[in-house]
Ligand binder design. Structure first.
Ligand SMILES: [Zn+2]
Length: 261
């Protein structure tokens, strides 16, 4: 259906957004150890290369930052050996790992359309992709002082007049979101559990974003939830939920949200 936006959870903050026959994968190719969050499984990485299962439409790849629970450049490079894409949004390799630099070289060599992102906090840049579909990248620092040097961007997808904001691991600093959003109230906002848990994060959700739906993502699947994070989030929703903003936990494999025009 042309007027339905389908959002499918792949793993962690990995989300596939489809509209018509266009698919955009945000933070959706990662499979490295060293963290407690759920990885994109090997089977899905294969499905992506083959265009099977939920991955028939995989036209744009967007990455918020180079952390192993969001973006594995080596696996993206491998993906591109099997299946090309219309465009890639990635953080500036000048600040990244050797494998990100290698990926950027390969993208260039294969002449794949791409955008290197290096925006300052609060800065926004718009990229119209196709009819009815625009990506706005927003510079936003990563949470936690230990990650201050990590280049991080949020993505606002504007699809047929609907706005979907993916905040990734952005810090909850209102001063950066106000100018970047420029008065837009996203219909759906995706935030991680720490953003939702922190009073400043909730203030941004309730007073700046004011979405119809807030999705808490960056959740481990039940089988990987060693820290009982889902209980913390459920408790936070009970305690802090606001009238008029529907909360949704995105934590089940291939969980879907449909937005109808
Ligand atoms: Zn991160």
């Amino acid at each position: 259906m042309r007027d339905t936006i389908t959002i499918t959870l792949i793993a962690n903050t990995g989300v596939l957004v489809e509209y018509g026959d266009v698919g955009m994968l945000v933070d959706g190719i990662h499979h490295e150890p060293g963290h407690v969050f759920s990885k994109v499984c090997k089977k899905d990485l294969l499905h992506m290369r083959l265009g099977t299962d939920v991955f028939e439409h995989l036209d744009y790849l967007l990455f918020s930052h180079e952390h192993p629970d969001h973006f594995s450049p080596g696996f993206v490079e491998r993906h591109l050996q099997f299946r090309s894409v219309q465009g890639i949004f990635l953080p500036d390799p000048a600040h990244g790992s050797p494998s990100l630099k290698f990926l950027a070289n390969q993208i260039q060599a294969q002449a794949i359309s791409h955008r290197i992102l290096d925006l300052q906090p609060g800065e926004a840049a718009q990229f119209p992709l196709v009819d009815d579909l625009t990506v706005t990248a927003i510079g936003a620092p990563h949470m936690g002082p230990q990650y201050a040097a990590v280049k991080h961007h949020c993505f606002l997808l504007t699809i047929a007049g609907k706005h979907l904001l993916f905040t990734g691991d952005a810090d909850h600093i209102p001063e950066y979101f106000v100018p970047a959003l420029n008065g837009i109230n996203p219909d759906v906002v995706f935030v991680n559990p720490l953003f939702y848990h922190h009073a400043n994060g909730r203030k941004i959700i309730n007073e700046i974003f004011r979405p119809r739906t807030v999705v808490i993502y960056h959740m481990p699947f039940a089988k990987d939830d060693t820290t009982q994070l889902s209980h913390v989030v459920e408790r936070d929703i009970k305690r802090y939920g606001q009238n008029g903003i529907q909360p949704l936990i995105f934590s089940q494999e291939k969980q879907r949200l449909y937005l109808r025009g």
